[in-house]
Structure formats: structure tokens, C-alpha cells
Design a protein around this ligand. Structure first.
Ligand SMILES: NC(=O)c1ccc[n+]([C@@H]2O[C@H](COP(=O)([O-])OP(=O)(O)OC[C@H]3O[C@@H](n4cnc5c(N)ncnc54)[C@H](O)[C@@H]3O)[C@@H](O)[C@H]2O)c1
Length: 217
């Protein structure tokens, strides 16, 4: 299977497919049809077939897909064999929740360091994760080989914090703040805007109530 450049919508679905294929594989299941997969992951089967065709995984009529092969391929594509350490900046309401959660569904991604300015929490360990003072970032981020940061600071300090993260060598930022942050070209930002998500949901309920939901983007 080759790794050509795949559409973003497909890339976003990969972890969903991977998680389910892993469950099947752990349960000793050898093959799966796109219809079965579709029911489990709530993506229509035409989309699944198209997504998989980008990887050259065509599936055989009457046989379906080989679970182990696909799972191994997705694992490699998603870099599941390699542990990714992530930093969290801003241990407030949202930051605490994310530290607690710590992506435990995914055993190769973990928050390994948190940073804040609040004296009372700096130097403590929260959910097994040490909280450092902001001025320790320049040292800790390269030392812990962290390339990804989750940004949960107040909006007014978001850009300033991002500048520091970039200077420390971070290459990807998951931005929970409502600020549209500016980064150099070699840094990627993923915005997580809960208000936006909720507005989209309301829009769909208002305008498409009763229609069948399609996962196509
Ligand atoms: N709470 C939510 O449900 C929610 C949801 C979506 C988005 N957000 C956004 O996430 C961000 C955090 O929200 P919150 O509710 O957790 O806020 P919060 O005030 O509870 O937490 C912010 C944390 O950032 C720290 N901080 C302040 N200045 C800092 C700096 N210069 N460097 C490092 N840390 C600093 C504070 O000490 C605090 O611990 C905000 O931008 C908010 O708009 C929050």
C-alpha cells in the first residue's frame, strides 16, 4: 500500500478506523466488510471504500478487508509505534480536564509536561504530569523532545504564548483559545472551537431536521 497525499477529511477519519480495526484484531477477527465497518464507525460505506482506495486497499468482493494488514498499515501511517509527547500550556478549567483525560484511549500519545504561571500549581504533579513554570519551557520542550502543544491559556496571552512555543521548537499546536493565532509556515495549528461546533450542530438541526445524515465532507 502506498502513502500518497490523502484528503484532509480522509486523514481525520484514520484514527477512527484504526481504533475499530484494533478492537477487531484484538478480538481475533480476521476480516471485515465495509458495511460492517460502516455500522461500527458511523461513516457510510461508500466513503470508507473511497478512503481505503487512497491507500491501495481495495478489499475483495465477498471477502472484505484483511483486519490485521489494514490495522498495521494504519498504525504505521498514524505513527502509532512511536510515542508522541505533548505539552499543555495553561492548567485552568479546560487544562485540568485535558490533563485528567490524557488521551488514554490512545496509548502512544501522552501529555508529559504542563506549564502555567500560577505559583500555587507550579512544581506540583497533576494526574501524574509535572507542572512547570513558563520560563522552564525553553529548556523542557527540547529536553523532552516535545513537538506538539495544547494551548489552553486565556485569549489575551494566546499569541504571546504561541511565540514562545515556536521559539522552543514546537511544530504543532492544538489551539483551544478563540484567538486565530499566527505561526510561521513550518508550524501547523489545529483549532478546536467548541462554540463553532455547537453552532454548526444547531444550524444542521434547524436546516436539515429529519434528513438522513451523511458523513461526506
Ligand atoms: N473552559 C472551557 O470549557 C473552554 C472551552 C473552550 C475553550 N476555552 C478556552 O480555553 C482557554 C482556557 O480556558 P479556561 O476556562 O481553562 O481558563 P482558566 O482561566 O481556567 O485557565 C487558564 C490558565 O492559564 C494560565 N495562564 C494565564 N496566563 C498564562 C501565561 N501567560 N502563560 C501560561 N499560562 C497562563 C492561568 O494561570 C490558568 O491556569 C481560554 O482561551 C478559553 O476561551 C475554554
Amino acid at each position: 500500500m502506498s502513502t500518497q497525499k490523502i484528503p484532509q477529511a480522509t486523514a481525520k477519519r484514520l484514527p477512527i478506523y484504526y481504533r475499530y480495526l484494533k478492537i477487531l484484531n484484538d478480538a481475533g477477527k480476521e476480516r471485515v466488510s465495509s458495511t460492517e465497518l460502516s455500522d461500527a464507525v458511523k461513516v457510510d460505506s461508500a466513503t470508507i471504500r473511497r478512503d481505503f482506495s487512497y491507500f491501495g486497499a481495495l478489499g475483495k468482493r465477498g471477502y472484505g478487508y484483511d483486519v490485521e494488514n489494514l490495522m498495521k498499515f494504519f498504525s504505521k501511517t498514524l505513527n502509532q509505534d512511536h510515542l508522541t509527547s505533548v505539552a499543555l500550556i495553561g492548567v485552568g478549567n479546560l487544562g485540568h480536564a485535558l490533563l485528567n483525560y490524557n488521551f488514554h484511549q490512545n496509548n502512544n500519545t501522552r501529555i508529559s509536561a504542563a506549564f502555567d504561571v500560577k505559583e500555587e500549581i507550579v512544581g506540583t504533579i497533576y494526574s501524574g504530569i509535572p507542572v512547570y513554570q513558563m520560563d522552564e519551557m525553553m529548556e523542557q520542550i527540547p529536553l523532552q523532545q516535545i513537538e506538539i502543544a495544547i494551548l489552553t491559556v486565556p485569549a489575551q496571552v494566546a499569541q504571546d504564548t504561541v511565540n514562545k512555543l515556536v521559539e522552543a521548537g514546537v511544530k504543532g499546536i492544538m489551539n483551544f483559545t478563540p484567538v486565530r493565532i499566527t505561526v510561521p509556515k513550518n508550524v501547523r495549528v489545529q483549532n478546536v472551537d467548541l462554540t463553532n461546533e455547537l453552532q454548526t450542530l444547531i444550524y444542521f438541526l434547524d436546516n436539515y431536521a429529519g434528513e438522513e445524515v451523511s458523513e461526506e465532507e
